[in-house]
Design a protein around this ligand. Structure first.
Ligand SMILES: [Zn+2]
Length: 704
């Protein structure tokens, strides 16, 4: 690991933040250098501080500490992400015999300089009790690879000598802060503190000194690991997969996702699902396919705060029966059942042992599943949570393999993991955040780049769903994906180019949904085209072209949706975009109206067939949606002029014409259609086989 510190960059940070002290600007700079390297910290892990002065409104100058607040990642931290506190007061807290976590948080909050600052790190007192100006803390992989083994402490002493003080594991909080100060004071010459099974603190007079001491110690650890690895034990390949990982992952992901969806007992919202992040790099496949896989995987996490993201252990099937679907399903079900049972026993054991405070049991589902042949499957309430769990799992397996080269990997005892997983401050947050209407669900929309499709997808994302955007135009799809990434974040959507008339293409679309998000819960067949021609002038080829997209396409998408939803076993919603034309057809619009009637009828039959699996099929029947400048309707661009002729009006007046013919004089837009899709997808009423018109009220299209 190399120091990334550059004088010119450091000077640039001082210039960039003219309103804060240069020390704080440099603190931001080297915090980001640490945050930039995932081998040091990941996803909000680690923290840094700087001590200086604070000038009050009355002009009094007081000693202050600026320490990382919760909610910031080091790689993008800003000065405001390092809230300032009254240092003199905090150091006096050290005299207390004990301090509960709740009271510690209260003491920190009430000694901030800015009322709405983020909560300072739970390791703030540790920073405050040490005298150094700059302090850097990481959970470096290489350090954990040294400490997480039976002889970890002796090895660290041998390797680092007097450069660091060694601190046994204690959960972060007041007690750890006091212990670290004591260890430091025994040898004030040390450059840092090495916290067993937790991480590394370094300190210095300047931002550069503290940062570079950190890098130097981690580099020393890396060199040692490299030496061990050279002549050390390697993994031995033991599992020969019958197909490539992406194929196996697409098969198994919906099964797993279904098994990890918690039954709620609520008939309207029967499942609490999770979203998937699947990974199968060479490193991961070497690990899951190794003879040593189960032995290494079923050891504890690198450091306890990972438990909140990944739980202590992954769920594994040591030898999946990839050649026998039924047996594979039984193996997975048995593995999940065993996992849940073991988790509950762990909870009972530890909560009894810890006695005193009552803890609320968390769900007993795994967050990481590993399968030889297919790789790593991480789950979370959102794609982002799943990605975080996957990142941690990847780093964890890397460290375990490093340790395996020369030693036996050893994690903390389960009671210590339990204390962090069931930390009172985390417990207090339970049930306080209200999830969005469609949170944890995956939707799939065809024709997603069009006027209706893009608006439907947008409404689904706004309500919390993750959306697979399928469209035949790679170019329009890329634009939409970029737009959604900017507005809703890259995890909100996944684009797949797909021709819905291709049987193989539609199958691949659902396989991609399975690999990317784990499956699908809401499917919106929407891709459609039209032709405006009187019956006698309609060529067979044109008629067939419309039927292929609007009928074959809907059929193929609904068939694959039904198959995947059944495989998940957690119900779902198919919301078919129909048309006002089904009930009130228009002249010279035969190919389109007939195709829409077919889609309508297919939806009703699907409702009959799929109800027993909890899959609802409903229809939204909009009148013409002309789109916006950003998302114009391809369909109306093509047939608009002909439709205008059929109505005997000028093409520019077509939209006006449509508006004038409905009772509410409404201009129907894509978001209206999206609202109707959301209504069905959210299962607000026990309804299937129904049609909801979104047409401003057209008497001729009233159901009869
Ligand atoms: Zn830490």
């Amino acid at each position: 690991m190399k120091s990334l510190y550059r004088d010119d960059e450091a000077a640039e940070y001082v210039r960039r933040y003219p309103n804060v002290a240069p020390e704080l600007a440099l603190r931001v700079y080297t915090s980001r250098l640490i945050g930039r390297d995932p081998a040091l910290v990941m996803h909000g892990g680690g923290n840094t501080s700087v001590k200086g002065n604070y000038r009050t409104l009355l002009g009094e100058v007081m000693p202050a500490i600026f320490v990382k607040g919760s909610g910031s990642n080091l790689d993008a931290i800003e000065p405001a992400g390092l809230p300032g506190l009254d240092l003199e007061y905090l150091t006096r807290l050290r005299a207390l015999p004990s301090l509960s976590d709740e009271e510690m948080v209260n003491q920190l909050r009430t000694h901030l300089f800015v009322a709405d600052a983020p909560n300072p790190s739970v390791e703030t007192l540790l920073h405050a009790f040490l005298p150094h100006r700059f302090i850097d803390h990481s959970h470096a992989d290489a350090i954990l690879a040294l400490t997480n083994r039976a002889d970890g402490e002796a090895l660290c002493r041998r390797l680092f000598g007097n450069r660091v003080g060694i601190v046994p594991y204690v959960m972060p909080g007041f007690a750890l802060a006091r212990l670290c100060a004591e260890v430091f004071e025994r040898d004030p010459e040390v450059e840092g503190l090495l916290l067993l099974k937790h991480g590394l603190f370094t300190f210095g007079d300047t931002a550069r000194q503290s940062y570079e001491r950190h890098i130097a110690l981690v580099t020393e650890a890396e060199r040692h690991l490299a030496r061990e690895s050279e002549g050390g034990r390697k993994l031995t390949l033991a599992f020969d997969a019958p197909a490539d990982a992406p194929t196996l992952a697409a098969r198994v992901a919906p099964l797993l996702r279904g098994m990890l969806a918690e039954a709620t007992g609520d008939a309207d919202q029967p499942r609490r699902r999770m979203v998937l992040e699947w990974r199968a790099t060479d490193e991961i496949l070497d690990y899951v396919n190794a003879r040593e896989f189960a032995g290494l995987a079923l050891t504890g996490p690198l450091t306890p705060d990972h438990v909140i993201r990944t739980k202590a252990l992954p769920c594994i099937v040591a030898e999946p029966a990839w050649n026998d679907d039924r047996e594979l399903e039984e193996q997975l079900a048995a593995a999940v059942t065993t996992y849940r049972h073991a988790y509950n026993q762990y909870f009972e054991r530890c909560s009894t042992a810890r006695g005193a405070a009552k803890r609320t049991r968390l769900d007993d589902f795994p967050r990481v599943v590993m399968l030889p042949g297919a790789g790593l499957f991480a789950f979370g309430a959102s794609k982002k949570d799943a990605r975080v769990a996957a990142d941690i799992a990847e780093h964890t397996l890397r460290v375990k393999v490093q340790v395996h080269a020369a030693a036996r990997y050893e994690a903390l005892p389960e009671a210590d993991l339990f204390d962090v997983e069931y930390w009172p401050l985390e417990q207090a947050k339970l049930g306080k955040t209200r999830e969005k209407l469609l949170a944890r669900q995956v939707a799939l929309v065809t024709g997603a780049a069009g006027a209706i499709g893009s608006a439907v997808a947008e409404r689904l994302i706004e309500e919390g769903a993750h959306v697979v955007l399928a469209d035949i135009s790679a170019e329009r799809l890329a634009t939409l994906c970029d737009d959604f990434a900017t507005r809703f974040g890259r995890d909100s959507r996944h684009g797949v180019v797909c021709d819905v008339t291709s049987e193989a293409g539609v199958r691949q679309l659902f396989e991609e949904a399975a690999r990317h998000f784990g499956g699908c819960d809401i499917v919106v067949p929407n891709a459609g085209i039209a032709a405006s021609r009187p019956l006698e002038g309609l060529e067979l080829e044109e008629w067939q072209r419309v039927q292929r997209v609007n009928v074959d396409g809907y059929f193929l998408v609904m068939r694959e949706a039904a198959r995947q939803m059944r495989r998940q076993g957690t119900g779902g919603n198919i919301v078919v975009i129909g048309s006002k034309n089904t009930l009130a057809p228009g002249a010279e619009f035969g190919a389109y109206s007939a195709s829409k009637a077919a889609g309508h009828q297919l939806a009703k039959v699907a409702a009959l067939e799929l109800a027993k699996d909890g899959i609802r099929v409903n229809i939204v029947a909009p009148d013409a949606v002309f789109g916006t400048d950003k998302h114009p309707s391809g369909l109306w661009a093509e047939v608009g002029p002909d439709r205008a002729r059929a109505h005997g009006i000028d093409p520019s007046r077509l939209e006006e014409h449509d508006q004038a013919r409905n009772l509410l004089r409404a201009r129907v837009n894509g978001r209206h259609v999206g609202n109707a899709v959301v209504f069905f997808a959210a299962q607000q009423t026990p309804t299937t086989g129904a049609t909801l018109p979104v047409d401003g009220g057209i008497a001729a299209a009233f159901p009869r």
